[in-house]
Design a protein around this ligand. Structure first.
Ligand SMILES: Cc1ncc(C[n+]2csc(CCOP(=O)(O)OP(=O)(O)O)c2C)c(N)n1
Length: 203
């Protein structure tokens, strides 16, 4: 993919942590499958490519679940039912320079962003080779430690900004990640890293 497909991102509702009101879902389709917005954000070709990527992710996860049930895989966190989240965000990226930072349920998006099926399978088989990111692939490896990917993604984005590089970093995380980030060690690690960097920059 040479250029971002979504030239103009739709305005998503912002959910403030601790707020009483639940977030308003952003819906493109109504429960009957009819278009709920005036115009489709993707053309037919782009929508088909997205669907293909989602189906590849679904087949990959289903195959992994089967192998896992037969004891042939180790850690497994399938993304079945949430393929659109990772595929949608990857569609907005320029694969040659923007980074995709996954947690562990984003196989569909990772495959679309350029991860090979072999590499994806290797990780689930417990091979350290699964963590090797080939040169040119703008992606960090899967992350099993909840919220561990967040400081990495922030550091990456910050580094690009300091170097005036016009690159986007997208990071995925689940609901519990937010609490891990706020309550546990990650916030301390991130804060410490930020302070150390600030010190170096102002020295
Ligand atoms: C640092 C850390 N603490 C605890 C766990 C155990 N653990 C594995 S998955 C998980 C829940 C994560 O939930 P969420 O962030 O909502 O993502 P989901 O798996 O539901 O997609 C926890 C607590 C872990 N992997 N890492």
């Amino acid at each position: 993919m040479d250029a971002p497909i979504l030239q103009q991102a739709p305005k998503y509702p912002v959910f403030t942590l601790g707020s009483d009101s639940p977030p308003t879902p952003y819906q493109l389709l109504d429960p009957d499958g009819a278009l709920a917005v005036p115009a489709a954000p993707l053309g037919d070709t782009e929508a088909l490519a997205a669907l293909r990527a989602m189906l590849l992710g679904r087949r990959f996860d289903e195959r992994c679940v089967n192998l896992h049930r037969r004891g042939l895989m180790v850690t497994l966190a399938p993304g079945i039912g949430q393929e659109a989240c990772s595929v949608g965000s990857v569609l907005a990226l320029d694969r040659s320079r923007d980074y995709f930072v996954p947690q562990y349920r984003e196989a569909a998006g990772q495959l679309l962003h350029g991860l090979s099926l072999r590499q994806a399978f290797l990780w689930h088989m417990g091979s350290p080779l699964g963590f090797h990111i080939p040169p040119g692939l703008c992606m960090l490896p899967f992350q099993a430690a909840v919220a561990g990917q967040l400081p990495h993604a922030v550091g990456l984005a910050w580094g690009f900004r300091l170097q005036d590089q016009n690159r986007v970093v997208v990071v995925h995380f689940g609901q519990v990640n937010v609490y891990n980030l706020l309550l546990y060690d990650k916030v301390l690690v991130t804060r410490q890293a930020m302070l150390a960097l600030q010190e170096r920059l102002t020295a």
